[in-house]
Design a protein around this ligand. Structure first.
Ligand SMILES: O=C(O)CCC(=O)C(=O)O
Ligand SMILES: [Fe+2]
Length: 217
């Protein structure tokens, strides 16, 4: 796929490709209602080549969905690898296994699946939602995201059945850059929502890799 990612735009190829250790470096921010977000900027260095391999080689699908009386394009490309599937790159196995090692005691189970999103430009986005398909509708879980390519903010806001009660300024923003890790944990999927908003600024492509536990989407 020709996406115009300028190599060397993001990192120094001579530095090699490697994951920084998670222990001692991940920082947690507690939100409300038992939700939290962990971040580690620059978790993966040297990931330009990984971006290109995934852009070219992942099983990207364009989805369409019903929106009121129309069928519309989902504004991003997606690929999903369940627990039985071979991941599209060995570095993703490495990422998943490092996350499992670090979080297993707290999470109680391994990370099992990988969902990929490709945001081709600022017009691609994901609207406010929680990942609430499966056990995450009722149980705490973790969704760990490796961000590659252009920086885009991941925004979070508390879920409120009555949007009028939502106070201004309650949106929390994480700037996700090339190689960064963010983990949404605790009750985050059911008590908060997240989004990657559209932007009118010139924006290069971004790939998000989401690791989840079995039976959670
Ligand atoms: O692009 C991201 O990092 C978030 C994607 C997301 O929220 C999802 O696929 O459920
Ligand atoms: Fe999500």
């Amino acid at each position: 796929m020709e996406l115009g990612l300028q190599s060397s735009l993001f990192d120094d190829p001579s530095a090699g490709t490697r994951f920084a250790p998670l222990a001692g470096s991940v920082r947690r921010r507690h939100l409300t209602a038992g939700a939290w977000v962990d971040v580690l900027p620059g978790w993966l260095t040297g990931s330009d080549a990984l971006f290109t391999r995934l852009a070219d080689g992942a099983a990207w699908r364009a989805e369409r969905r019903q929106m009121y009386d129309r069928v519309v394009d989902v504004p991003r490309l997606v690929a999903f690898y369940d627990e039985a599937a071979t991941l599209p790159d060995p570095l993703l196995d490495e990422a998943r296994d490092a996350l499992t090692t670090y979080y297993r005691r707290e999470l109680g189970e391994p990370f099992a699946t990988a969902g990929l999103c490709l945001y081709r430009d600022g017009n691609d986005s994901v609207a406010w939602h929680g990942d609430t398909i499966g056990r995450s509708a009722t149980e705490d879980t973790m969704v760990a995201i490796l961000s590659l390519g252009a920086a885009r903010p991941l925004t979070l806001r508390p879920r409120d059945t009555d949007a009028r009660h939502r106070r201004g300024g309650e949106v929390v923003k994480f700037a996700l850059g090339h190689g960064d890790l963010v983990v949404m944990g605790g009750s985050c999927q059911r008590t908060w929502e997240h989004a990657v908003p559209k932007t009118t600024r010139p924006t290069g492509p971004r790939i998000s890799v989401q690791f989840r536990t079995r039976g959670v989407r």
